[in-house]
Design a protein around this ligand. Sequence first.
Ligand code: IMP
Ligand code: MG
Length: 176
Amino acid sequence: MLKDIKRILISEEQIQSRIDELANQISNDYSDDESLLLVSILRGAFIFTADLARKLKVKHAVDFIAVASYNKSTSSGEVRLISDLRQSIEGRHVLIVEDIVDSGTTLRYLANLFRERNPASVKSCVMVSKDIVNNKNSNHHVDYLGFVIPDVWVVGYGLDYNDDYRTLPYIAELKF
Ligand code: IMP
Ligand code: MG
């Protein structure tokens, strides 16, 4: 399996120390009585969510939402809701936790979906963003970002290629 890995872009140590920083930042920005709700985007964000959540020093709950998997061939970027949250987010401070932002379509879809449900706030925390995002006219916005990476297909740390490689502890470029 590792023969398919071209190069490691972000090591396990880099990931973990960046998550320490993000968790500190988030813990400073929210207070215990704000009933923070982490919304983890299945499936890619499950590992990031587990690490981030355990490093938060502020009271929070975790819920999950599943959206249809990415389809490279649809530049229209349609997102399909597979499984919704278990709980109401009305009055809650929502923090969307996502593995990667490419075009920004998924994040924008979810932010819009949640805003219709009258939460107290909606912010996002994303592990990696492809730097092509900066060149696209996609007015997306990430509040807490781990790393910017080149526009290559990456796997590991929750990210997959046809459901493989998700549990690698690092983020790596895939060899095609
Ligand atoms: P966006 O909607 O174009 O921002 O795409 C975001 C989704 O596409 C992510 O949630 C991932 O599931 C998937 N994705 C985009 N790029 C990659 C990649 O390099 N590796 C694995 N998944 C990716
Ligand atoms: Mg995803």
